[in-house]
Design a protein around this ligand. Structure first.
Ligand SMILES: O=C(O)CCC(=O)C(=O)O
Ligand SMILES: [Fe+2]
Length: 209
């Protein structure tokens, strides 16, 4: 396995960015072989499953949700920590380790982490939104890891992030390239996924209270 980065190596940089802008984008924390392993598993689940693999994502949280394809068109597969594959266990552990560094530095009441694979088929998008919902399991931080090789400008599917102090103004446009990851404040950062022109795979994780 390639050299594993410790979460502390990223912690200060991420905390600084979250405190200044509410979001951070980087690469190199989730190793290349881990990302490749996760990608292969997601594609196998997507291709081989008979109904219980990926399903059309909904708007709202797990308890109160609406199927609204005008808003989001991705298909998702929740990870079950109790049945995680070896690659998924490494991903969950690495995510948790990083979140614990952020929790301590930012005094966040993080107590749990939930995560799913997301597949955007050609043409799929997710309109501008924030990730946190009122009520149960309030989301604090969102963590997205991209699993796509050789992504180009013309492939679409970019993540567009809007400014925390003015959600009408664009802050960044991020290519969903293999190994890149994004962390943002779930309650305040508006973002959207632009229409993708080829299948686009990612892992979305949320820190919950
Ligand atoms: O995949 C992305 O870039 C963002 C996905 C997203 O906004 C979400 O799942 O809530
Ligand atoms: Fe989102």
């Amino acid at each position: 396995m390639s050299k594993v980065k410790r979460p502390e190596e990223f912690g200060a940089e991420i905390v600084e960015a979250l405190q200044a802008y509410g979001w951070y984008a980087g690469a190199g924390y989730f190793e290349a072989d881990l990302c490749r392993g996760l990608k292969e598993e997601a594609l196998a689940i997507y291709t081989n499953s008979q109904g219980d693999g990926f399903y059309q994502a909904r708007v709202g949280d797990r308890f109160q949700n609406l199927k609204d394809t005008r808003v989001r068109q991705d298909q998702i597969h929740w990870l079950d920590p109790l049945q995680a594959s070896p690659w998924q266990s490494i991903y969950l552990q690495r995510s948790w380790d990083l979140m614990m560094v952020l929790k301590r530095a930012m005094f966040l009441p993080i107590n749990g982490f939930e995560s799913h694979f997301a597949m955007y088929q050609s043409g799929a998008f997710y309109k501008k939104h924030v990730d946190s919902f009122q009520g149960r399991n309030a989301r604090l931080l969102s963590l997205i890891v991209y699993l796509n090789d050789d992504w180009g400008e013309s492939d679409g599917g970019q993540l567009r992030i809007y400014r925390e102090d003015n959600p009408e103004v664009e802050a960044a446009t991020i290519q969903p390239e293999m190994g890149r990851f994004v962390i943002f404040l779930s309650e305040t950062i508006h973002h959207e996924v632009l229409p993708s022109h080829r299948p686009r795979l990612s892992l979305t994780g949320c820190e919950i209270q």
